[in-house]
Write a protein that binds this ligand. Structure first.
Ligand code: TMP
Length: 225
């Protein structure tokens, strides 16, 4: 029992494995979030960091099916609360099936969107109320919040112009009015004030290379911490 070999073996085996960090990217449509988060993730992977990129809504087979229902432009009759519940359902499935197992294995997870999106889009954009949307999401996430969130801050007009110029397919939410997108932006500003300690704000009105560089430095700093 007391042999040096056994002690070394025991120290090694009983050492609790370091859990991964959960980092999210948030921002309005047209903030460049997907381009930036995938580029950051790729660069970190190339440097040998244990990172997994994922996205919401979706990120697992069942959650992607829910995504298709939510974003289908034909589903114009969808009620705002149904939409909020579907986002929460998709979030739950993705969290349990993909995010938590990776974190347990010590892999850092970078998710393109998480609960803040629901607070801004459904809470404020759809005018359900941030508190109400937070409450249904608590059922889905059981208190599991990201350690840090990179918020890509873009003016709503700049964001919408990028979407309209750059995309051939517009989903049900992309097709919403400028008033809706302005409310989403206000919702995000409220979320940023509420969770100031968790937020890292990056000016996303600049060209994408600069935004990628700043985001990469921020995430790398968190993983090295
Ligand atoms: P994406 O464009 O980032 O893939 O997201 C799809 C749309 O879904 C986008 O318009 C934002 C919206 N959304 C919500 O309204 N609520 C949510 O909780 C999430 C995750 C996304």
């Amino acid at each position: 029992m007391g042999s040096p070999f056994f002690l070394r073996f025991e120290q090694c085996y009983n050492k609790p494995m370091k859990k991964g960090k959960f980092i999210t990217f948030e921002g309005p449509d047209g903030s460049g979030k997907t381009t930036v988060s995938t580029a950051v993730c790729r660069r970190l992977e190339e440097e040998g960091y244990a990172v997994r990129y994922t996205r919401e809504p979706g990120g697992s087979a069942i959650a992607e099916q829910i995504r298709n229902v939510i974003l289908d432009p034909q589903n114009t009759a969808m009620d705002a609360r149904t939409e909020a519940l579907l986002y929460a359902a998709s979030r739950r499935q993705h969290l349990v099936e993909k995010v938590l197992p990776a974190l347990e294995e010590g892999i850092n997870v970078i998710s393109d969107r998480f609960v803040d999106s629901s607070l801004a889009y459904q809470g404020k954009g759809r005018q359900i109320g941030i508190e109400e949307v937070y409450a249904i999401n608590q059922f889905a996430i059981e208190g599991r919040m990201p350690e840090k969130t990179i918020y890509l801050d873009v003016d709503p007009e700049v964001g919408l112009e990028r979407i309209q110029k750059g995309r051939t397919y517009l989903d049900r939410l992309d097709q919403e009015s400028i008033e809706f997108h302005n409310r989403v932006n206000e919702g995000y500003q409220e979320v940023i004030r509420t969770y100031a300690d968790r937020m890292i704000i990056i000016d996303a009105n600049r060209n994408v290379e600069e935004v990628i560089e700043d985001s990469y430095q921020a995430v790398k700093g968190l993983l090295d911490d």
